[in-house]
Write a protein that binds this ligand. Structure first.
Ligand code: UTP
Length: 409
């Protein structure tokens, strides 16, 4: 793209303000700005005006492919043997989603670098790697660990983990890749500038992970290593168990193509996404998409029909992902705090939400799968997300749960 072409596309989308400082830039900066413009998917902006809206949900019914804590207890030996065998045969990889900005936590550094220790240093990354190491020790097998970062935090993440010697993980089994970016705009759909020659962009949501992994050549690498299942997990749940042999065993035994760790809702109205069927295929509905009737609906055992909330810990069959990777995922418009440059050239970090980012979500990928097993875990043992600095799902609540689980802080 050259300058004239950039002007043309910006005019078409009402974004010529992005070239306001063009003449003040060095020729290198000018080239970089044009390159950024060439990479923007401007069609996203139409979503704000409601021209291309989120796909309507199909017919929702309860999911019956579930294993409860009790079922798992009753089949423990068998599930474990199958899972351990799959790990020993290199069929399982773990994938850490660490491309998010963690704006609610409010740290300038990647969330995984956050120190949650009290009497000693305990980093979020350290906790996650330590949990994965338990499985490495149990199976005597290094599990390939893929880490997705974004342009915003890739350098810090890599440097930090290297400096900490990967908290004891074998570097040969770790691969990083960078996710794509999407523009961020104000409420009128005007893309923000973050600097005179820099467009405000942010990671495009965790749903882009497979395409980014593929582009980085890592899907091919994983398959060559023998990987059949990828266990995807979020950076912020410090109690979660990943590459959990029981979870893997239950999935393989039941012949499932995907699976999700879930927790039973604490109360019917709890604000979590729940696993269900949508037009007969597995899906996740947000709490606000459930009607009042569905929220309280009971099954034949008197249990909530939509009772299992997802905790962002999924197992996907790699071949099925490859088959479906090019299906369009819904782009969600998310209100966020966006750093921007004001009229006077000052860079502002807003205290309140000031615009939109565009994200695809991994939870929408479940609907691409032929089936999905809901695998119930004990909430207190496996769900301690750190989203906020204080209050719900915060450093404080996670510390409490870590203590209950015997982790020294
Ligand atoms: P969240 O939805 O909690 O978003 O991500 P976030 O960006 O970390 O935090 P806030 O909303 O700005 O406070 C859930 C998981 O998905 C990853 C995050 O790193 C986290 O593990 N994620 C999110 C990505 O990898 N990329 C993204 O673009 C967004």
């Amino acid at each position: 793209m050259n300058y004239t072409e950039a002007v043309k596309i910006l005019e078409e989308y009402g974004q010529t303000h992005l070239l306001k400082y063009y003449d003040e830039l060095s020729s290198k900066e000018q080239d970089e700005l044009i390159k950024q413009i060439s990479e923007i998917d401007f069609s996203l902006l139409k979503l704000i005006k409601g021209e291309k809206n989120e796909k309507a949900k199909g017919v929702i019914t309860p999911l019956t492919d579930t294993v409860s804590i009790k079922d798992i207890e009753n089949n423990k030996e068998e599930f474990e043997a199958i899972g351990v065998d799959a790990i020993k045969n290199n069929k399982v990889a773990a994938l850490l989603l660490a491309g998010g900005m963690g704006t609610r936590l409010g740290s300038d550094k990647p969330k995984g670098m956050y120190n949650i220790g009290i009497t000693k240093d305990v980093y979020i990354f350290e906790r996650l790697i330590s949990n994965l190491m338990d499985v490495v020790e149990k199976t005597g097998t290094w599990i390939p660990l893929f880490i997705m970062t974004s342009d915003k935090n890739d350098k810090d993440t890599r440097e930090f983990l290297k400096e900490k010697n990967y908290f004891g993980y074998n570097e040969d089994y770790i691969d990083f890749f960078i996710q794509e970016m999407a523009p961020a705009c104000d409420y009128d759909g005007k893309i923000y500038l973050e600097g005179k020659g820099k467009i405000s962009a942010s990671p495009n949501g965790n749903g882009g992970w497979f395409i980014s992994m593929e582009k980085a050549g890592l899907v091919k690498k994983a398959k060559e290593m023998g990987v059949e299942y990828i266990n995807l997990f979020a950076v912020d749940n410090v109690c979660q168990r990943m590459a959990d042999p029981l979870f893997i065993g239950a999935t393989i035994k039941g012949g499932y193509r995907s699976a999700s760790k879930v927790v039973a809702k604490a109360r019917p109205e709890e604000k979590v996404g729940v696993l269900c069927l949508e037009d007969g295929k597995p899906s996740i509905v947000e709490y606000y998409e459930l009607s009042e009737e569905m929220t309280y609906q009971k099954d034949e055992n008197g249990e909530l029909a939509y009772k299992y909330g997802v905790i962002l810990n999924y197992l996907f069959n790699i071949d099925d992902l490859e088959k479906n990777a090019n299906e369009d995922l819904t782009v969600h418009i998310v209100e966020k705090k966006i750093k921007y440059m004001d009229e006077d050239g000052n860079v502002i970090k807003p205290e309140k939400e000031n615009g939109y980012k565009f994200e695809t979500l991994v939870l929408d990928m479940i609907h691409m799968m032929d089936n999905c097993l809901a695998y119930e875990v004990v909430r207190e043992k496996e769900f301690a997300p750190i989203k906020n600095k204080e209050g719900n799902d915060s450093v404080e609540t996670a510390r409490e749960l870590l203590k209950i689980n015997g982790v020294e802080l």
